[in-house]
Design a protein around this ligand. Structure first.
Ligand SMILES: O=C(O)c1ccc(O)c(O)c1
Ligand SMILES: [Mg+2]
Length: 626
């Protein structure tokens, strides 16, 4: 199965696009005509450039406004088609996309369109060209793949076939299973794109908001299943019009595209095993069991400040690594490592970002299997030397260049705390039991990329993106959950937001805060206060509104206020309590939280007030950072 990417999907010159598409592992490209016209490179040289990159020019597109025109437009459209066929000959492209007309003079009519395409088929046949007809969702007469197929069927010409594009089908809400009735050999080319579910004009949505399969809300897997069930075995191509991608780094976007395509094909073969999918075997996505450990990279000079924050939060030092300067801090089921090495990955992370979370260790059912899946999806392997009997733990690169380590309960990796460390048991501390979630900050441009990373690697759900109002701009936030792993990805659009500044000042560190769970927020708050934990002060106005909004008992509100606890309640009565600590000089902070009654969110309504309070605290602190 050949994989392709349309040149419109990424930024750069044609040469840069080809290099990025080839590097990501695609077999071919769709040349979007504009990308060719904008260059001053002869068609034969473009053909050579593509060949040099090992890429086939699988499609030339688009040819617009061809069918059902009255004269003199009709003759002109045919003449124009012949010119483009000449050009395709020089480019070495044998397939072309004709999209359904939007021409104001076009007459419409299924038979008239079929007649035009049949005549065109004869011209194409003479040059060995295959013409694919695509229904644009906003076509003047044809906007549904079923009508496009009827036209192709009636044209009844071996050089005229159908082109399917998931956006046009799914974006119009057309059932993709209607594709199953089309013979696979009459489909000449298939384009895939996803899009977020935002109600808007179809054309505008298509030209600006498409994204990679799995990044949006359309059922691209259902579409692809239907396509492959027809026996179609031609190219699968990503045609993604997206404003952000057009200004992004082409290599990263192309890599995401390849990852999304591989994941979509994998999802198809798992959902419908009777479909033959030409893709090497690799393990299924699994659910994360737990966050096994979080490692901070720091230095000997900065470690005491970090450790006093941990200690104030109820952690106690429980041991150390057998051969490296890595201390283990524990509380309940939480393992936090403090690495003060002066060499290796953690040290590099410290040098780049300051004290930072350099590593996240996840416990999965089968670490080797998850690692193999990660590699098949193009994740970068992280190699690390081990000494003596220490375990070799599979690891990949994660957000912000951090490391994601994969552990399991098997014979080897399940003994990490006995083999690599000398540790004692965890103490109850302040009642913190586990890591509720990890908040990672990225630029807004990178957010989709990391969301795709997590949701393709693991069996995971994404919640809708929410806008968080920072006094200095918007931050987009999306939660991803896979079993015991909850991640909130915060995409900073404005530089002066708390997230934006953290990202900038830490030179791209990812983890901005850790949320630690307790079963009793009031008891934990009291224990923390006793240990000298500096809680973020929340203003009076907030509590007044809270009481009014939820009809809270004033006594209860007073308890929340006294402990600076934020509160939220869902529609079925599930409650969420949050308490924040002061930030480190790097802008890292802790959240303490409690969920009751199946509350599944992250207190998004509280985020603006929490952020405003954090900015107030920083303005009033001795060393203002933000
Ligand atoms: O937006 C467009 O015009 C356009 C052009 C070609 C396509 O294949 C398509 O899906 C959309
Ligand atoms: Mg298309």
């Amino acid at each position: 199965m050949k994989t392709c990417m349309a040149t419109v999907s990424i930024s750069g010159t044609l040469g840069e696009k080809l290099a990025a598409i080839a590097a990501a592992g695609f077999d071919g490209i769709e040349i979007f005509e504009q990308d060719f016209l904008a260059e001053d490179i002869a068609p034969r040289d473009v053909a050579r450039m593509a060949a040099d990159h090992g890429l086939e020019i699988a499609l030339f597109q688009p040819f617009r406004d061809f069918e059902t025109l009255p004269e003199p437009y009709r003759a002109r459209a045919f003449a124009r088609a012949e010119r483009k066929f000449d050009l395709m000959g020089e480019l070495g492209a044998e397939r072309v996309l004709f999209c359904s007309t939007v021409h104001p003079a076009s007459l419409g009519g299924i038979d008239r369109a079929a007649d035009d395409l049949r005549e065109l088929g004869d011209l194409a046949a003479r040059r060995g060209i295959r013409v694919g007809y695509e229904a644009l969702a906003w076509g003047r007469h044809v906007s549904d793949h079923r009508d496009a197929w009827e036209i192709v069927r009636r044209a009844d010409h071996p050089n005229i076939g159908l082109i399917l594009d998931s956006f046009h089908t799914l974006g119009r809400g057309i059932d993709p299973d209607t594709i199953r009735r089309i013979p696979g050999d009459r489909i000449f080319f298939v384009q895939l794109a996803d899009a977020p579910a935002i109600p808007m004009d179809l054309l505008y949505w298509s030209r600006h908001f498409r994204n990679m399969p799995g990044e949006g809300d359309l059922d691209v897997t259902g579409f692809l299943r239907a396509v492959l069930a027809t026996g179609y075995d031609g190219p699968l191509s990503l045609e993604i019009f997206n404003d952000q991608f057009r200004q992004g780094l082409p290599r990263g976007i192309a890599r995401d595209g390849h990852r999304s395509l591989v994941a979509a094909l994998d999802a198809v073969r798992r959902a419908e095993p009777s479909i033959a999918v030409d893709l090497p075997a690799f393990p299924a996505p699994s659910t994360v069991e737990a966050i096994e450990l979080i490692e901070f990279a720091t230095s000997e000079a900065e470690a005491p400040a970090l450790e006093s924050m941990l200690s104030a939060a109820g952690f106690a030092r429980a041991g150390a690594h057998v051969s490296k300067p890595v201390a283990v801090w524990r509380q309940g089921g939480i393992n936090i490592l403090v690495n003060t090495s002066t060499e290796g990955f953690a040290h590099t992370a410290f040098v780049n970002h300051g004290t930072t979370v350099a590593e996240i260790g996840l416990r999965v059912p089968d670490a080797a299997g998850t690692f193999a899946r990660a590699r098949a999806l193009g994740a970068v392997q992280h190699e690390q030397a081990v000494s003596g009997n220490e375990l070799s733990i599979p690891a990949i690169r994660g957000v912000g260049g951090s490391m994601l380590r994969l552990l399991d309960a098997g014979e080897d990796l399940g003994r990490i705390w006995d083999v690599d460390f000398r540790t004692g048991p965890a103490l109850a501390g302040a009642g913190l039991t586990h890591i509720d979630h990890i908040a990672q900050t990225t630029t807004y441009d990178e957010m989709l990329s990391w969301s795709l990373f997590y949701t393709t690697l693991f069996k995971a759900e994404r919640s809708p993106i929410v806008d968080v109002v920072d006094p200095d701009g918007l931050v987009r936030s999306q939660a991803i959950r896979s079993g015991g792993l909850r991640i909130t990805l915060n995409g900073a659009q404005a530089r002066r937001t708390l997230a934006g500044r953290f990202h900038e000042e830490s030179f791209g560190a990812a983890v901005q805060h850790l949320a630690l769970a307790t079963g009793d927020i009031f008891a934990t708050a009291a224990a923390l206060a006793e240990r000298g934990f500096r809680a973020l002060r929340i203003g009076e106005n907030y509590y007044g509104d809270l009481e009014a909004r939820f009809g809270l008992d004033p006594g209860f509100t007073a308890r929340l206020r006294a402990a600076n606890i934020l509160y939220d309640c869902d529609t079925s009565g599930g409650e969420f309590f949050q308490l924040y600590g002061a930030a480190t000089p790097e802008g890292l902070f802790l959240e303490i939280c409690q969920r009751t009654g199946g509350y599944d969110g992250y207190g998004a309504p509280n985020a603006p007030f929490r952020i405003a309070a954090q900015k107030r605290m920083l303005r009033h602190s001795a060393v203002p950072r933000f």
